[in-house]
Design a protein around this ligand. Structure first.
Ligand SMILES: [Zn+2]
Length: 95
């Protein structure tokens, strides 16, 4: 395949929770850091990233289906406490 898709400058990513596609700007980037899932709101942290809606329903779905260890190719479970707190805060600000 060559050439570009016309228009549509905004990149899309898939939420690892609900599996829906959304504009990258609507999703929260997550990276694995020291055995934990770390939110990366600025999208600048190095390493493999996963994207999730900044909503607890999507986080819960992602945790239940072990989407984060899979996305990061981690050997063991990843801690999501800090991430959950960050999303809780974002969730409250949104409503
Ligand atoms: Zn989602």
């Amino acid at each position: 395949m060559s050439g570009r898709t016309p228009a549509r400058a905004c990149p899309e990513r898939t939420c690892v929770g609900c599996r829906e596609r959304a504009a990258k700007s609507e999703l929260l980037r997550i990276v694995a850091k020291e055995g934990a899932c770390a939110p990366d709101p600025s999208g600048t942290l190095p390493g493999r990233g996963a994207y999730v809606h900044p909503a607890l329903v999507c986080l819960d779905l992602a945790v239940r289906r072990r989407a984060f260890p899979r996305a990061f190719r981690a050997q063991g479970p990843l801690d999501t406490q800090a991430l959950r707190r960050a999303i809780e805060t974002a969730d409250q600000q949104a409503t």
